[in-house]
Write a protein that binds this ligand. Structure first.
Ligand code: F0G
Length: 449
């Protein structure tokens, strides 16, 4: 069979609301050309993020009804803890309300002035939390990752030589931990190989530095390993996931991705002394250790979500449907980050609109173009997002998990084809306010006509 169907039936539906081009033109202006300001009811296909936007299964909804809302020692917590222990092998499992809460606790404990955190590629909230602690966040991707067109099966890999060079330069005592993001979101949703994780682990061991995973998309990463890494084909994804976590001393997880839930996060720490300090901060800022800022029902949904995400028919569909969108866009003439990532397709806006200079934000112009054309909401990962730090002008089309069918994606392809035909009419933007942190969320723009 060539067609990989959605491995589920639809039991509950949510209507979509159509808008006209004239309405979208007005909405875009009112939103100051920042799609984060557009009310979701005015979006037809929402590809802003794959985070917290997925559909839950019937078993997850059933779990919601079983949520034990006791303050301490809820049944739901024990089910959640058991599932995560089984999956990751970690003993100490802290629930948090989302990924960045785990990051904040972790970097409050290990960050601070003079500290340096290496990562293959920091996600924006991770970088912001590192920097908020006054530490320095350093990205060490492999050279291929800097070239959107370069093909590499594990383009998310960390540059191991650069890691050694960094440690030698700043001194191991300044590096409280080394982080690897699986999959590498900012770099195109690209996976990291087991071989690379082992090599990073070996360097960390040599210098006595703990290795942490930013494991938001651990299951997608493990599936890529199964597909692409020599010798991994016959293995169960569950076992590959376990191998990944076995290499780590800790992990931050946003369950809004591969936890298949709308809210939730996890912090894993092997070192008992550090874990105890994390517990104290968790209680101070999130909630008691058996609920961590969540309701019991959320823990139930997570327990089930972390089970379903390693089902291989789900992962085959997930990875294939993202690739499908990438192939179609490539055929139209878009340059995308190659090869297609796990959760999203990243389009090169600088290639699409060479008439828009970088200081006029070609990525943001394409985001506006997609909304105008088809009511599609995407996310700029270029000069707006990176604050001038990055080298690429990308637009991310992130696919929510289990939400859209192939015909929704075909609609996105048609709208993208129409937009491609009139790409020379895309207009640049000027920022009318420039917020100091995470500016892409709240920046406002005007068109340069
Ligand atoms: N790390 C990575 C790699 C992420 O992609 C995200 C979130 C986080 C950490 C933070 O998790 O949102 O639960 O606090 N990424 C979302 C995105 C927001 O759109 O890519 P969070």
């Amino acid at each position: 069979m060539k067609t990989i169907i959605e491995p589920f039936r639809i039991k509950v539906v949510e209507p979509l609301r159509m808008t006209t081009r004239e309405q979208r033109e007005r909405i875009l202006r009112e939103a100051a050309f920042n799609v984060f300001n557009i009310p979701a009811r005015d979006v037809l296909i929402d590809l802003l993020t794959d985070s917290g936007t997925g559909a839950m299964s019937s078993l997850q909804w059933a779990g919601i009804m079983q949520g034990d809302e006791s303050y301490a020692g809820a049944e739901s917590f024990y089910r959640f803890q058991e599932r995560l222990r089984e999956l990751t092998g970690f003993e100490h499992i802290l629930p948090t309300h989302q990924g960045r809460a785990s990051e904040r606790i972790l970097f409050e404990l290990v960050g601070g002035k003079g500290k340096v955190i290496p990562n293959n590629s920091h996600f924006d909230t991770t970088r912001a939390n590192v920097e908020h602690s006054a530490a320095e966040a350093v990205d060490l991707p492999i050279p291929e990752a800097r070239d959107p067109q370069a093909f590499h099966p594990f383009k998310g890999n960390m540059n191991v030589e650069a890691l050694v060079e960094l440690i030698e330069r700043v001194g191991a005592e300044c590096i409280p931990l080394c982080m690897v993001t699986v999959t590498d979101n900012t770099g195109g949703g690209q996976p990291v190989s087991l071989e690379n994780l082992r090599a990073v682990r070996a360097v960390c061991d040599r210098y006595g530095i703990p290795l942490y995973l930013d494991a938001c998309r651990f299951a997608e990463n493990a599936y890529f390993i199964k597909l692409r890494e020599p010798g991994q084909q016959g293995r169960a994804v569950r076992d590959i996931v376990r191998d990944m976590f076995d290499l780590a001393d800790g992990a931050t997880i946003s369950a809004k991705k591969d936890g298949l839930v709308n809210i939730g996060g996890v912090l894993l720490i092997r070192d008992p002394a550090l874990a105890q300090r994390a517990d104290a901060l968790l209680i101070l800022t999130e909630g008691f250790v058996t609920y961590g800022g969540l309701a019991g029902r959320d823990l139930e949904a997570m327990a089930q979500g972390f089970e379903e995400v390693v089902h291989e028919d789900y992962l085959a569909y997930r990875i294939r449907s993202t690739e499908y969108l990438g192939e179609k866009l490539r055929t139209i003439g878009y340059q995308i980050v190659e090869p297609p990532g796990g959760h999203a397709i990243y389009v090169d806006a600088a290639h699409l609109a060479p008439h828009i200079p970088r200081h006029q934000f070609p990525g943001q112009a394409l985001v506006c173009g997609l909304y105008r054309q088809g009511g599609i909401r995407a996310c700029e990962i270029g000069s707006v997002f990176h604050g001038g730090r990055g080298a690429t002008e990308l637009v991310r089309l992130a696919i929510p998990r289990r939400v859209y069918t192939q015909s929704h994606i075909d609609y996105v392809v048609e709208a993208s084809a129409a937009l491609f035909e009139c790409r020379h009419t895309l207009v640049g933007l000027r920022m009318t306010n420039d917020p100091p942190v995470l500016r892409h969320f709240t920046a406002r723009f005007a068109e340069v006509r």
